[in-house]
Each structure stands twice: as C-alpha cells, then as structure tokens.
Design a protein around this ligand. Structure first.
Ligand SMILES: Cc1ncc(COP(=O)(O)O)c(C=O)c1O
Length: 450
C-alpha cells in the first residue's frame, strides 16, 4: 500500500486499519531532528469493544499467572532470593513524594499523584524482563517435562524438576535468545537455574557487566556487531535447525508477552494496598519504557484488561530509537525501522536500543495504547540522577526514562485527562543490579555524584 497524505481527521483511522499513512508534519520533523515528540494514539478503543477479538485474551494471561504460581515451590527451592515470597517474582508499588513535589513544581497538576513500580528491584534478575523470561522458560520446561515423563501431569509436584535426573535431562536442551541485555539475563539466569544450556545473542549495545554476569552463571554469550534485530535474526535462524534448541523470540513470543502481562493482573491488589482508586474521574497513567515492545505491551494489555478504560498506558522511547511510536504512527507496524527516519538506534538506554518494533505488539497496541513519546539521552541521564537524588532509586537509563512520562503526558493536553486528577505510575524497569562503578559513571555523565 503506497504511503498516503494524512486525512483531515488524523491518521488514526487508517493506521488502525493497517494502512500505511504519512504522519503529520510536526511529528515527522521532530522525529527526524531527534527531538522529543508525543504521539497520541487515535486507534485507542474502549477495551470491552475489542477484548473478545484480540489475539491475547484475559484467560491466557490468567493461565500464565497460574503457571507462575504452580512453579513457585520449585523456584523457591532453586533461588534462595525467592524463598521469602514463596517463589513468586513480584515488585513493590510505592509513592514517590519527593519526585511528585518536584514534578508539581515543574507543572504537574496539584491533584496528581506519582508512584514507582519497582521492577528494577525484582528478585534474581532485577528487571521488567523477569516475569516474561521466567514464564517463557517455564513454558518450555513444563512441556519438555510432561513429554519426557519427568512430571506425571500438570498437578504433579514441580519440585521433582530440581532433582538430578531432571537437571540432567534439561542439560541436553539449550534455550536461545536475542537480547539487548536484560532479557538475556532473565532467560540466562532462570534457564541455567533449571539446568538448561543457554545461548544469548547480544547486540552491540549490551553492557559488558550483563555479559559477564551471564558467563558467570554458565551461559554462552555470542556478541554481535549489529543491532538487536540482527542478533535476533541469527538466533532465530540457528534454532530452526535443531529440535533441542529452543528459541525464545522477543519479537514474537506469546509466552514472553503473557508473562509480562501478569504484572497487570496483580496491579489492582497493589493499588488497593496504596489506597489508589481508579475511575474515569481518577485515571491511572502507566509510564512504560519501551524497546521492542513486549514488556510494556504485555503490561499495558494486562492492565487494561484488568482495570478497564480508566487505565491509560503510555510508552517512552529514546529519540534515536522510537520503534513502537513509528510502527503505530505510520501503521506499518513491524515493517518500519527508525533508520528510515535517519535515526541511529544508538542510545545510553541500552534496553531500549531497538529500531524495529515487534509486529505482534504493534497490532495488539492499536486499540490499547494511549500514546507514545520520546526522550533524549541527556534527559534520561538526568532522570537517573533525579531518581537517585529524590527517591534513592538505582535505575539504569532505560528505566529512568519512565520519569519523563508524567509531564510529557500532561503537556500533551489529552481530553481524557482534562480536569481529572491522575495517578501516575513510573514503571522502573531495571537497574538494581548495576555495579557501583557503572552507576557512578552514569551519575557522573549526568553531572552529579553518588
Ligand atoms: C530496563 C529495560 N526497560 C525496558 C525494556 C523494554 O522492554 P521491551 O524491549 O520488551 O519493550 C527493556 C528491554 O530490555 C529493559 O531492559
């Protein structure tokens, strides 16, 4: 379909139908110039009108939540860090009063509240990729265990999978994944914990400490000179040749997406614990850093299916790698790359250094997402320093990007938020495992010291 001029009513209708459309001029010019831009998604629909026709249903996400529960006793045995939570991988939601005060001084409405969802401190692997990676590893392990007779049925005692015979069995299988870093850590650490061989194909952006950590747990790290999509392509191709090589595909895997989405199912209880009521009069805004789209897409979907239309989801991407934003704004989904807009894909936010979005996530987000915006490297480094100074949080730049959300969204003047006090959740997606020297270097680049 050739690109068309934008119709008077906005690009959303056509883009939502999958047509390639040209974006409005201001957006295109801003994107090309590497400036922060905001895209309000005109394809967003009432969730009840689309829930029945989406390729992912609430029941699928609930089943993923059940799988994570079913294997919790095994995980508590394999990972001492998970013993206190009985094997569940979950993070806290808490208020960020100093950040909130500072954001209000900068223009956030007086009635708005600001909270942090602390996935950066998720046990074992310290990032948002934990739930999805763990769920995808368990899905492979469970299927193999049932097939190989290690488990008699789905209700068998999963702790049998920690016995030497099971570990021996899993060691003859290899999990493979393409990653900018944190997904590799998640698959690597959980996969090795169960006894699998793990090969992680890492893109050029991946930080050295993440590679070292993977090698320490016995994963094989393959370093690629190219970007994330190139690393994934090699891993996908290789896995096609062996039944014992299981490729976990961040661009297409439903098991990953379902694992990420479980966070949305668990949110209502956490909101209640913080005495946050969500309604049309008091909307909830999720600010989700976005790379290829799986983690934020899963969380957005899980939350909207659980909480309904008063939950709003916004993605934050680097100015040099606005993948999902471009996929949705042009309607070309996984068929577009930020490189077409003269953007390098290079950013201090290694986890978000993705130029081509997941096609699956783009399709899912057309009716679900409220908007996406971009933020530059200097601003992300500033947010790393701000999160540490205001709330003593150790965030990597990819996670700190979420702090740009509340003001960017308020400045976009969306009708759905007009005159309504909102609760903002800045989803802190990673960083607690950052080595001291790495974190100090980030603060130094931001112009502050620990
Ligand atoms: C810290 C952090 N935040 C956010 C993301 C984005 O997740 P996704 O690539 O699934 O969009 C990543 C991805 O690796 C990450 O490492």
């Amino acid at each position: 379909m050739p690109a068309r001029k934008q119709p008077a009513g906005g690009i959303g209708g056509l883009a939502a139908l999958g047509y390639a459309v040209s974006m409005d001029n201001a957006l295109t010019i801003g994107l090309r110039a590497g400036q922060p831009v905001f895209f309000a998604n005109p394809g967003r629909l009432p969730i009840a009108s689309v829930a029945g026709s989406l390729p992912v249903r609430l029941a699928d996400i609930e089943a993923a939540g059940e799988r994570l529960k079913r294997f919790a006793p095994l995980l508590a045995e394999l990972f001492p860090e998970l013993a206190p939570s009985g094997g569940l991988v979950e993070s806290a939601l808490f208020p960020a009063p100093v950040l909130e005060r500072r954001l209000k001084a900068a223009g956030l409405p007086a009635g708005d509240r600001v909270f942090v969802k602390a996935d950066h401190a998720l046990p074992v692997v310290g990032s948002v990729k934990a739930r999805g990676g763990l769920h995808a590893v368990l899905a492979v392990a469970e299927a193999l265990a049932l097939d190989g007779g290690l488990l008699a049925g789905p209700d068998d005692d999963c702790r049998r999978m920690a016995e030497p015979a099971a570990r021996n069995f899993f060691s003859s299988h290899t999990l493979s994944v393409g990653s900018t870093g944190n997904l590799g850590l998640s698959i690597g650490v959980f996969g090795r914990g169960l006894g699998f061989g793990v090969t992680v194909h890492m893109s050029a952006e991946a930080r050295a400490w993440k590679k070292e950590m993977l090698r320490r747990v016995g994963a094989t790290v393959v370093e690629h000179p190219g970007d994330y999509a190139a690393a994934c392509a090699v891993a996908r191709e290789e896995a096609g040749h062996s039944p014992r090589l299981h490729f976990i595909d961040d661009e297409n895997s439903l098991d990953l997406l379902l694992g990420y989405a479980v966070a949305g199912l668990r949110l209502p209880q956490q909101l209640a614990g913080c005495r946050i009521a969500v309604s049309a009069g008091h909307p909830l805004c999720l600010h989700l850093p976005c790379g290829v789209g799986g983690a934020p897409g899963g969380i957005a979907l899980g939350t909207r299916l659980t909480l309904g239309d008063a939950a709003l989801a916004f993605f934050v991407e680097p100015t040099e790698a606005p993948a999902l934003l471009l996929g949705l704004a042009t309607g070309r989904h996984g068929g577009i790359s930020a490189a077409e807009y003269g953007l390098t894909g290079r950013t201090v936010a290694d986890g978000l250094a993705v130029s081509r979005p997941s096609d699956l996530v783009c399709r899912l987000m057309v009716p679900v997402l409220d908007g996406a915006h971009t933020v530059g490297d200097a601003a992300m480094l500033g947010h790393v320093a701000e999160a540490f100074d205001a709330e003593a949080l150790r965030l990597e730049p990819s996670a700190a990007a979420a702090l740009a959300g509340p003001l960017a969204v308020r400045r976009a003047n969306l009708p759905v938020l007009a005159g309504r006090p909102a609760t903002h959740i800045c989803w802190a997606t990673g960083g607690s495992l950052l080595p001291d020297a790495e974190f100090a270097a980030l603060l130094a680049r931001a112009g502050t010291r620990p």
